[in-house]
Design a protein around this ligand. Structure first.
Ligand SMILES: Cc1cc2nc3c(=O)[nH]c(=O)nc-3n(C[C@H](O)[C@H](O)[C@H](O)COP(=O)(O)OP(=O)(O)OC[C@H]3O[C@@H](n4cnc5c(N)ncnc54)[C@H](O)[C@@H]3O)c2cc1C
Length: 380
């Protein structure tokens, strides 16, 4: 391990917390300062679109109690000087470091008049709106957050319309077969789907679409994707393009003392031929926080590439949908087990005959097997 004395971690959520824990577990005895824009104790985001909307407030993130007084809450990093090795905060404080972990995550794309869901405060506000008896909820974007909100609103007896610009919700992430199944699953559970159109404006409860139609709703919620929080790095000289560009080891490009982890990091994934990816999944932030911290301590020469095969799960109207690998890279896809008609199946995705991705609907064991096969680069 090389000698570092002062490490700053920007972003006090999953990736930042795992980085701090790992630094200590690896024996780092120097000073750690964790800077977090939110005032809450680091919490788990996946329950926000699931149990929290149903009234369960448990968003505990194990390990958050270990942070102690090394954590500056409610403080934002606004500037990084890579030469002087300082991070400036929104109250003017300058923090010096000899190692930096960037874990500032991502925030939702916004549209005026549309509620979004990223923080515990967003979730409580949305729950209050649902509690107040709005009859008709319109969800923009059928990705995992939009799908889960639609599912919860239906369970709570609301009329739900889901608008998506693709032919089927989650088309890009799940592929044709599973996305078509998901569309029918939404419809069978009472969601009205409006696809192949974009929302252009929301004015009160009136939602204007790109095909000229206008829809009415009492509550409009958006799941329109996220943008990485990188503005504080403007002018720092770090390479940023839809995230912090990193080496395979999560070191920021051309840097020996800065690593990035979680939703903000974009790196060439060694398991998939160096495909440049930014992954917005819980397990990715969880693992990368730890690996980035370990690599920072080891130094670039001894650092290990981050090659974990991504995996993800979402729950929609009682169905469990899981993915592994990078299905969007595939040139071919086929149903490997079960069938969409039985609401239980798995799809295998290959590129040049090699497994690169999997989607499983209500088939967790098949997903595990396919993920192992992706890791082993098995051929189909
Ligand atoms: C509603 C919801 C449901 C989800 N469900 C799932 C799921 O079922 N499965 C799954 O795999 N993933 C899910 N995810 C995604 C998962 O939660 C994220 O991938 C994960 O939170 C990423 O962690 P992170 O630490 O990289 O970033 P974030 O969680 O985005 O945290 C970044 C933190 O940095 C702070 N910050 C930003 N800029 C600054 C700054 N300049 N200075 C200081 N602090 C800053 C932010 O306020 C934030 O607290 C869900 C996400 C949401 C929002």
């Amino acid at each position: 391990m090389r000698t570092l004395n002062k490490i700053t971690v920007v972003g006090a959520s999953l990736a930042g917390l795992r980085a701090v824990q790992t630094l200590r577990r690896e024996g780092f005895e120097g000073e750690i300062t964790l800077v977090g824009a939110e005032t809450h104790v680091p919490y788990n985001r996946p329950p926000l679109s699931k149990s929290v909307l149903h009234g369960d407030d448990d968003v505990t993130l194990p390990g958050a109690e270990e942070l102690g007084d090394q954590w500056l809450r409610g403080r934002k990093a606004v500037h990084l000087d890579t030469r002087a090795r300082t991070v400036t905060l929104d109250d003017g404080t300058e923090l010096g470091h000899d190692g930096l972990v960037i874990a500032s995550g991502a925030r939702p794309r916004r549209l005026d008049g549309v509620r979004t869901l990223r923080t515990i405060d967003d979730a409580l506000a949305l729950r209050a709106e649902l509690d107040s008896g709005h009859e008709h909820v319109l969800v923009i974007g059928g990705g995992f957050i939009g799908g889960e909100v639609a599912s919860t609103a239906r369970q709570r007896g609301r009329k739900v319309t889901l608008v998506d610009s693709a032919p089927y919700p989650m088309h890009a992430g799940l592929g044709e077969e599973a996305a078509r199944w998901l569309a029918s699953h939404h419809e069978r559970n009472g969601v009205e789907l409006v696809t192949n159109v974009r929302v252009t404006a929301v004015d009160g409860g009136r939602v204007r679409l790109s095909d000229g139609r206008t829809l009415a709703a009492d509550l409009v919620v958006g799941g329109m994707g996220v943008v990485p929080n990188t503005e504080w790095l403007d002018g720092s000289g770090l390479a940023v393009d839809d995230g912090v560009l990193c080496e395979p080891t999560l070191f920021a490009t051309d840097s020996a003392d800065i690593v990035a982890a979680g939703d903000v990091a974009r790196w060439p994934h060694g398991h998939f031929g160096g495909e440049i990816v930014r992954i917005e999944h819980w397990s990715n932030a969880n693992e990368q926080g730890a690996v980035a911290a370990r690599n920072l301590l080891a130094g670039p020469e001894n650092a290990q590439p981050f090659v974990d095969v991504p995996n993800f799960a979402t729950h929609v109207h009682g169905a469990r949908i899981q993915t592994a690998g990078l299905p969007h890279l595939a040139d071919s896809a086929s149903v490997a087990t079960g069938s969409p008609e039985e609401d239980r199946f798995a799809v295998a995705f290959t590129r040049d005959g090699v497994l690169v991705g999997a989607v499983a609907v209500n088939s967790p064991k098949d997903l595990i097997k396919l993920k192992r096969a992706i890791t082993a680069r098995e051929k189909l």
